[in-house]
Design a protein around this ligand. Structure first.
Ligand code: PMV
Length: 317
């Protein structure tokens, strides 16, 4: 029997991070230049009918049965079994590999969950719907991030640009001009959960100031959506610049992110901002063309970006 495969992309938040936790809108897009793949091969001759799991990115090689009940991979397996009303996984070898960097704002945890849950449900004989996969991935994001908005699991499950408001049905974004982005990594790993908690305690101390910042970010996102839907890239760039300055006021940027944002703007980006949890991880810049994207990327690398990814969001109606 050939191996079963499940794949999921990475993602980048274009605008609206942090405020989205407080029910403001955000926009996220899939990043297919990085991905997670899960392979499952039946292994009927395995001793003890064991299910071996090999996830080199997190240095894990262990029997699934030996992982604690609250380990994310164990929880994904249990959630899939529960959804399918199946009581066990037949003996198998599972391998999970990913090119999505960890703790960098590119959705590594949601990408792992979606890829593993998809492969496992197929291996067990019924492909879960995207809605079921998304629901499982959201539950697992809560273990990783405490109070996630749900945007990461949604954009990664559906592999489509999304306009997202926590607790409301999400909407697809209609992209009328291709959007070329340069994503650059500070090389600093940052815990989203920690930054989200800091923002929460600052908000609790001064709700008036923080609610105002959140609603200004929400207004940027609405303007950006209109710009994307009209193909107005220069307005989209302006909203990204404004969003970055609001994120600085939320105290989630850091000198390295600010530096890369400045370099991208000097290199001709139409807009640039930090992306995701902040205080490290990645920034994202909007390029006017693929050629400009390559120039921006070269400048970012020459000014200490750890790595860059160029991605283009295609037209979608
Ligand atoms: O660091 P990332 O890419 O997982 O993004 C986190 C985005 C936040 O808005 C800060 C948190 C969330 O759950 O939406």
């Amino acid at each position: 029997m050939p191996a079963i495969t499940g794949t999921a992309p990475g993602k980048i938040i274009l605008l609206g991070e942090h405020a989205v936790v407080y029910h403001q809108p955000a926009i996220a897009v899939p990043v297919n230049q990085v991905s997670t793949k899960t392979y499952i091969q039946a292994d009927p001759a395995a001793p003890d009918r064991r299910v071996m799991i090999d996830a080199p990115n997190i240095q894990l090689k262990e029997k699934l049965q030996n992982l604690p009940a609250d380990h994310p991979l164990q929880m994904i397996a249990s959630a899939v079994l529960h959804s399918l009303d199946v009581d066990h996984i037949p003996a198998a070898k599972i391998k999970i590999t990913s090119t999505v960097p960890l703790a960098a704002g590119l959705g590594s945890s949601a990408s792992t969950t979606v890829s593993f849950a998809r492969a496992l449900s197929t291996f067990l004989g019924r492909i879960l719907t995207d809605a079921e996969i998304n629901r499982i991935a959201f539950e697992i994001e809560k273990i990783h991030h405490g109070h996630p908005s749900g945007i990461d699991n949604t954009v990664i499950t559906y592999d489509r640009s999304v306009y997202f408001i926590k607790g409301e049905p999400f909407e697809w974004i209609h992209v009328s001009e291709p959007i070329t982005l340069v994503i650059a990594d500070t090389g600093i790993s940052s815990s989203t959960a920690l930054v989200v908690n800091d923002v929460r305690s600052n908000w609790q101390k001064d709700p008036t100031r923080y609610d105002l910042l959140f609603s200004k970010i929400g207004a940027c996102v609405s303007k950006a959506r209109q710009a994307i839907e009209c193909g107005d890239l220069s307005t989209l760039g302006e909203t990204m610049v404004e969003n970055h300055s609001l994120l600085q006021k939320l105290d989630v940027s850091c000198p390295e992110l600010d530096h890369l944002v400045e370099i991208a703007m000097q290199a001709g980006a139409l807009g640039a901002k930090l992306s995701g949890g902040g205080r490290g991880g990645n920034m994202v810049a909007l390029a006017a063309s693929e050629e400009s994207a390559r120039q921006i990327s070269d400048c970012l690398i020459s000014k200490r970006a750890a790595r860059t990814i160029i991605t283009t969001i295609p037209v979608s109606r």
